[in-house]
Design a binder for this molecule. Structure first.
Ligand SMILES: [Zn+2]
Ligand SMILES: [Zn+2]
Length: 388
């Protein structure tokens, strides 16, 4: 089994993971991380392309004369969080931390890279895609826009994320919508400031923002199909600072999620329309700015079946779960799947109670090293199965 072969260099993989973990780098600043990735890939005989989306790295390995091409993607960026995991390999940089396990994702793909270069038990072209800036900056979208799939054509693409709360090394698969779309808005409600004792001489943007907040929930309850998932969160309202002053304006920040392209389209149409009309109904106006958006992540059904079969064969039924619940978080691999829909994004369990169960984006989180061998072995098995 591949797992046994990869286990022979488990300590090397742990070293690599800890090295990346100690030096976390934010999106588009993955200088040291991408250097390490490129150096390892070169050492193992990959053709290495650097500089896509600033710090992206693509390692290509061609074996035999097979025409099929496969892309596997890992993310490399860290978060602006101050680490409190207490691990010996904790971040050495204040307020920077690998709190989403991208250090582990990068290392699992490197583990597969080493295995596949040494065994060469496939026929075709393999592209290992190390992307920057998954968190908030959409590095995946940047790579697609910079011609990732024109320069490195992939017949199918895959990616994996760890998830605390599931058994260590268990693999989870879900066809169709798996991760939500995420859109953000900044809204400025323009009223007319005045004395708190003379509201009739003013247009109160605080009251308008409050009505908008309430009215927005009617989109979820009255416009969205009740069988579809949607979330509209007003996470911030900032206006005024004195009890007896009506301010000129109010600034609101919204985060919006959905699990289908149709629902997202409806939300993106209804939200600005409702905000503007609601403001107008009070004699105010509103500027509505869509800040950034990530599409719904949709897994191809046949590719999800295929990816699940690989896990079943490699690790047995118990460790390969088909039919996971979709998650309302977002993931910029969706940009790659929108461009190249023949693919699947899957989850590897980071651990239940105790080890590995601390949620991602928490200062106490750490990627579970016990996932490194199964994760690397999985990518090895998937490559051998797809590029037969
Ligand atoms: Zn994250
Ligand atoms: Zn992540």
């Amino acid at each position: 089994m591949i797992e046994q072969t990869v286990r022979e260099y488990e300590s090397l993989l742990c070293d690599i993971r800890h090295q990346i973990h100690e030096h976390p780098e934010l999106g588009l600043e993955e200088i040291k991380t991408s250097e390490l990735v490129a150096q390892k890939l070169t050492e193992w005989g990959y053709q290495v392309h650097r500089g896509m989306a600033k710090t992206g790295v693509i390692g290509t390995l061609k074996v035999g004369d097979g025409k099929k091409t496969l892309g596997i993607r890992a993310d490399m960026d860290a978060l602006p969080i101050h680490e409190a995991s207490g691990k010996p390999w904790s971040s050495k940089i204040p307020n920077r931390m690998h709190a989403c396990g991208h250090d582990g994702h990068t290392t699992m793909l490197l583990g597969a890279a080493k295995y596949l270069a040494e065994t060469r038990n496939f026929n075709g072209t393999l592209h290992l895609i190390f992307q920057p800036a998954e968190e908030m900056i959409n590095g995946g979208e940047m790579m697609v826009q910079e011609g990732l799939f024109e320069q490195f054509p992939c017949d199918a693409i895959f990616a994996m994320h760890n998830m605390p709360g599931f058994p260590t090394g268990q693999f989870l698969f879900q066809p169709g919508a798996f991760m939500a779309s995420m859109d953000q808005y900044q809204v400025v409600v323009h009223g007319c400031g005045g004395h708190g004792a003379m509201p009739s001489k003013a247009i109160d943007p605080v009251m308008v923002a409050s009505y908008i907040t309430t009215a927005l929930q009617s989109i979820v309850s009255r416009n969205v199909d009740p069988l579809e998932a949607a979330v509209i969160t007003v996470g911030s309202i900032i206006a005024g600072d004195a009890a007896n002053v009506i301010p000129d304006n109010a600034v609101m920040k919204l985060s919006v999620r959905s699990l289908s392209r149709e629902t997202r389209e409806l939300l993106l149409k209804r939200i600005p329309a409702l905000i503007k009309a609601q403001a107008e109904s009070f004699g105010a106006t509103a500027d509505v700015n869509h800040i950034n958006g990530t599409p719904v992540l949709i897994n191809d059904e046949a590719m999800t079946q295929f990816a699940w079969q690989v896990a079943k064969q490699q690790f047995g039924e118990e460790r390969a779960v088909y039919g996971a619940k979709p998650l309302m978080g977002s993931e910029d691999f969706s940009f790659m799947l929108d461009e190249n829909p023949n693919g699947c994004y899957l989850i590897v369990g980071n651990g239940e109670k105790g080890e590995g169960s601390c949620m991602v984006h928490n200062p106490g989180y750490d990627f579970n090293d016990k996932c490194l061998v199964p994760g690397s072995a999985y990518w090895g098995a998937l490559t051998e199965a797809y590029l037969k």
